[in-house]
Design a protein. Structure first.
Length: 217
């Protein structure tokens, strides 16, 4: 009897986990565009979440693909502002500066780039985009495996958020662990968005519509 109870509990928990994943994905899918023409003609900002640097301190291939897609959207006139959000916990790992340098070297004006140095997680990035940079509408640029969760969080926090997928240059051996991680992360973010805790770092507002990019912080 105990074995049957344990089995039913396990199956119940598994079904709840699958149901949450389906809900998060379906909630976001309507706002994910395959082409630029499917996006709103203008938003407050293009948001690029960080994805790590290579051993030389430059954006890794996953982050490069996100930045390339964001650069394209900027050139298409989707927004006049790009928010680079990443991890800058210490002077030896300044993800957002590397992101900014890459964009500037590829033709983006420095004054168009805002830098969020405390984007320690996807939730932190989206919360701070709304609370600090006062972004009400955005296009989030990241790979498909990460896009649904990102859009779900942003919309759950009150932004009119859309998603635009960047390329993915990840081999099959690495892709499965990423999908497994996302399965668990969607469950976590479902409850996080429900309760909306503040991230560990906030600060004074820096409106994305202004000129105070504070790029050297």
């Amino acid at each position: 009897m105990a074995l049957w109870i344990a089995l039913f509990v396990f199956l119940g928990v598994l079904l709840i986990m699958i149901g949450i994943n389906v809900y998060v994905r379906l909630s976001a899918n309507a706002y994910i565009a395959d082409t630029v023409s499917e996006l709103p003609s203008s938003v407050d900002a293009i948001i690029v979440p960080g994805a790590g640097l290579d051993e030389d301190g430059n954006p890794g291939v996953v982050l490069q693909d996100r930045l390339d897609a964001a650069i394209r959207l900027y050139q298409e006139g989707i927004s006049k502002r790009i928010l680079m959000s990443g991890d800058h916990r210490d002077d030896y790992h300044n993800e957002v500066k590397a992101m900014k340098d890459y964009a500037v070297n590829n033709g983006i004006p420095e004054e168009a780039i805002f830098m969020d140095h405390a984007g320690f997680s996807t939730y932190d990035t989206m919360y701070r985009a709304k609370a600090i940079y006062l972004i009400n509408s955005c296009v989030i640029v990241t790979q498909n495996y990460h896009l649904q969760r990102s859009v779900y969080i942003a919309r759950g926090l009150g932004m009119d958020a859309w998603g635009y997928p960047s390329k993915i240059r990840i081999n099959e051996l690495k892709y499965f662990p990423l999908e497994a991680r996302e399965f668990l992360a969607r469950i976590k973010e479902f409850f996080v968005v429900m309760f909306k805790p503040q991230p560990e770092v906030l600060g004074d507002p820096i409106p994305i519509t202004g000129t105070d990019v504070r790029s050297d912080e």
